[in-house]
Ligand binder design. Structure first.
Ligand SMILES: NC(=O)C1=CN([C@@H]2O[C@H](COP(=O)(O)OP(=O)(O)OC[C@H]3O[C@@H](n4cnc5c(N)ncnc54)[C@H](OP(=O)(O)O)[C@@H]3O)[C@@H](O)[C@H]2O)C=CC1
Ligand SMILES: C[C@H]1O[C@H](OP(=O)(O)OP(=O)(O)OC[C@H]2O[C@@H](n3cnc4c(=O)[nH]c(N)nc43)[C@H](O)[C@@H]2O)[C@@H](O)[C@@H](O)C1=O
Length: 315
């Protein structure tokens, strides 16, 4: 990949987009562009067309999406379905029409069936029904994967989809109503630490999840950018998971909270397990570098430095 190629990162201020930008800059890429959602609403097909016609990017990385944790997904099914389809449809279609050389689409491990065999192989896509708390988001992501696959098949273009496992790290969303579990736990344990108050967590604590630090995710995107990947779909993760209860104990230790944990069974558990089979990415040469405890420590450090600036993240 030419270091002067014009690379458009959609969602460059988000957790993943900002990490991709950081890694690309470290690697010497000089021509990276991005727009905030206020400057360019990716749901607006006309605005996206005008943007592509004036900027003519060589590469597009789609890290823009309506993103949220289990509760937000469950409570706002229409936004998670429709906004994600609108954003990705506009980006994918304009990238095809503008003859973009490489397009990288980011999906999610929730595209796979709720009760698929573990670890989840790419070939399990569309073999059974989805997890109800996030099927709307998952359906949108599946249409993105399929659009990129169709473009590869019909137009022989280098459009590829990466399916990340649950991600966390710097620039994550720490709003307790809309965030994912890991940033929520960091915040809850931190806030309860002062008076050693009990912490309320959701569900039963028995579901299993796999977590990947965002810099490793960003490196997988740069890997996909710099190599022609032979297939259309690749899982990205660590290949290791743990229960939500074990995650809570790990975060409690890092933060230094020693109080009680109370489980709120009125909140959903979601899918029981979604461990990724990452052998395809490993065979090609990408592997994660940051282990969970290291990643949690880095994220907690960033959390402490940025706690004053957190805003509500509304849907
Ligand atoms: N976080 C996770 O655990 C996981 C994330 N993913 C996927 O990775 C990708 C990145 O997620 P993540 O970085 O966590 O998400 P964030 O919420 O941190 O960032 C999303 C970005 O999308 C942009 N965006 C949202 N709506 C619009 C819009 N209408 N127009 C323009 N830009 C918009 C936002 O821009 P702005 O800031 O300017 O408003 C924001 O920068 C997504 O595709 C997500 O589905 C997949 C699996 C797990
Ligand atoms: C990345 C992925 O993210 C979402 O799926 P999820 O993995 O189920 O999401 P989550 O991180 O919010 O929760 C993981 C587990 O953790 C439990 N849990 C405990 N206590 C808190 C808590 O305080 N907050 C949250 N959010 N969860 C908690 C929670 O009950 C659940 O059992 C998808 O909707 C979908 O968008 C998607 O792709």
């Amino acid at each position: 990949m030419d270091k002067n190629s014009k690379i458009y990162i959609a969602g460059h201020r988000g957790m993943v987009g900002s990490a991709v930008q950081r890694i690309l800059e470290q690697e010497g890429y000089t021509n990276i562009i991005g727009k905030t959602s206020k400057e360019l609403d990716l749901k607006d097909a006309v605005a996206v067309k005008e943007f592509f016609e004036s900027e003519k990017p060589d590469v597009v990385i789609d890290a823009a999406a309506r993103v949220g944790g289990i509760l937000a997904n469950n409570e706002y099914p229409y936004q998670f379905l429709m906004e994600n389809m609108q954003i990705q449809n506009n980006l994918i279609d304009q990238s095809l029409k503008s003859n973009v050389a490489k397009f990288i689409f980011l999906g999610s491990s929730c595209i796979y069936p709720k009760f698929a065999p573990q670890p989840l192989k790419e070939e399990y896509l569309l073999t059974d029904s989805l997890e109800p708390t996030n099927e709307w988001y998952a359906v949108a992501k599946i249409t993105g994967v399929k659009a990129c696959e169709a473009i590869r098949k019909q137009f022989k273009k280098d459009f590829v989809s990466l399916m990340p496992t649950n991600l966390y790290g710097t620039h994550d969303n720490f709003d307790l109503k809309t965030s994912h579990v890991l940033p929520a736990m960091l915040r809850k344990f931190h806030e309860a630490k002062k008076n050693n108050e009990p912490v309320e967590l959701w569900g039963s604590g028995t579901p299993m999840r796999e977590f990947l630090f965002v810099d490793d995710m960003a490196k997988s995107v740069v890997f996909a950018l710099e190599n022609v990947l032979p297939e259309h779909l690749y899982n990205v993760g660590t290949g290791e998971d743990l229960t939500i209860k074990e995650l809570a104990e790990t975060i409690q230790k890092v933060v230094g909270h020693t109080g009680k944990i109370v489980w709120d069974s009125s909140k959903p558990d979601g899918t029981p397990r979604k461990l990724m089979d990452i052998s395809k990415m490993h065979q090609l040469g990408w592997k994660h570098q940051v282990d969970l405890e290291q990643g949690i420590k880095k994220t907690y450090q960033w959390f402490l430095q940025n706690i004053e600036n957190f805003k509500e993240v509304k849907i």
